[in-house]
Ligand binder design. Structure first.
Ligand SMILES: Nc1ncnc2c1ncn2[C@@H]1O[C@H](COP(=O)(O)OP(=O)(O)O)[C@@H](O)[C@H]1O
Ligand SMILES: [Mg+2]
Length: 377
């Protein structure tokens, strides 16, 4: 699957833009603040229906405008029909997503169909931030990998919201008593969903970890041993039992204090936490290896799903700034040897980009990005 063209209206710092892409490598070159990352974010919208940078979609509407449109034409190769994906948002209204002008019944049905992997300067946040960031990352990855997982996750989260609302209501209105039967009825449904989520995450990590380790070794060429472990109470204690044990605490805290929403993914280097033990360079490699492993595992899923040689889009934001020459060379080897499909990368310096890509064969297209405009060079 390649993205053949992108059209923007009032998206971030773009008023109107139209770009035609090469099926191989596309480079966005421009100064800081010119709008390079915003182009990658527009592609992220097409793939995942949301921004990689902000949780508030309205932030993506150009200042002073009252709507944005991001439209992309995908194709699966010569002789196939183009597929048009459009995401739009009008101020104060719900975001809409269409595929060939048809609305999806559920926006979630889109997830995983046009996968993209973003390698960004913010990736190391995954290492530095709390467990929620990591859970979100792996849940999003798993949702693209296996649609059934996303269904279970959404059902679990909806029940969890109901449960927490009930706990809060019990605290806010003590005189009305507490509807324990309702709580138990919610828990009856929550238990299998939560247990399923934890089991699926654990099984996924077993497949993912060796791929990740291999990418780390290739990229970092170090002797350090990296690993990923998954921590969930639900794997060794029955979820129902945990909910009963913590019922009183949950009532006091007014929220559900155990469950799959509390699981964590632990990043280790030589058995120690990456966050405190690894150097900055090692942390960057760790984060990029996660993304490359994500790319590989999503590619394997697309291949087994029978969509031919489809590969996720790869979005590389400011990689030349962040990696030393040796690591860049290793990454570009992967670009050169057809490991990747269509690639979009950003850089501030055209000469540096051209130098780095001197040995990369195939169709390379460069765009000059300047103050919210993008023109092919
Ligand atoms: N909603 C918005 N309206 C107008 N400008 C925006 C909006 N969101 C972001 N921007 C602007 O986009 C610019 C950053 O673009 P970005 O793509 O991150 O630049 P870079 O080329 O450095 O990657 C900033 O100047 C920022 O103010
Ligand atoms: Mg940027």
């Amino acid at each position: 699957m390649t993205l053949d063209s992108l059209q923007l209206l009032f998206f971030k710092n773009y008023e109107a833009a139209a770009l035609q892409f090469a099926p191989g490598l596309n480079c966005f070159i421009g100064d800081n603040g010119s709008g390079k990352t915003n182009l990658l974010d527009a592609i992220h919208y097409l793939s995942l229906t949301k921004s990689a940078l902000t949780a508030v979609d309205a932030n993506s509407i150009k200042q002073g405008a009252d709507f944005f449109v991001v439209k992309g034409k995908f194709s699966a190769g010569e002789g196939t029909d183009a597929e048009t994906i459009q995401v739009s948002l009008r101020q104060g209204q719900k975001k809409t997503l269409t595929h060939n002008k048809q609305h999806y019944e559920r926006m979630a049905d889109h997830i995983g169909r046009y996968p993209a992997v973003l390698v960004s300067p913010y990736d190391t946040d995954l290492i530095r931030e709390g467990s929620e960031e990591r859970r979100k990352y792996f849940d999003s990855l798993l949702s693209q990998y296996d649609h059934g997982f996303l269904d279970v996750l959404m059902a679990y989260n909806a029940l969890l919201r109901q449960r927490n609302a009930l706990l809060k209501q019990a605290a806010d209105r003590p005189a009305h008593g507490f509807d324990r039967d309702y709580l138990l009825a919610i828990d009856d449904q929550l238990v299998p969903l939560g247990t399923g989520l934890s089991q699926q995450r654990a099984a996924f990590l077993e497949r993912f970890t060796p791929i990740f380790q291999q990418h780390y070794q290739q990229l970092a060429d170090g002797r350090e041993e990296v690993s990923l472990t998954y921590k969930s109470q639900l794997l060794d204690t029955d979820f129902d039992q945990l909910l009963r044990q913590n019922e009183r605490r949950d009532l006091v805290m007014q929220r559900t204090t155990t469950g799959a929403h509390r699981d964590d993914f632990v990043f280790l280097m030589d058995g120690l936490p990456v966050k405190s033990y690894a150097s900055q360079g090692q942390q960057k490699s760790y984060a990029i290896a996660l993304k490359l492993a994500q790319f590989e595992i999503l590619t394997s899923r697309l291949t087994t799903a029978g969509t031919g040689a489809a590969k996720p889009l790869l979005l590389l934001d400011d990689i030349f700034d962040r990696l030393d020459d040796k690591r860049i060379a290793r990454l570009l080897e992967l670009v050169a040897d057809d490991t990747f499909g269509q690639v979009f990368l950003t850089d501030t310096n055209l000469a540096r980009t051209d130098r780095a890509l001197a040995n990369v064969r195939g169709d390379i297209r460069r765009f000059r990005v300047q103050g919210g405009t993008a023109a092919q060079l």
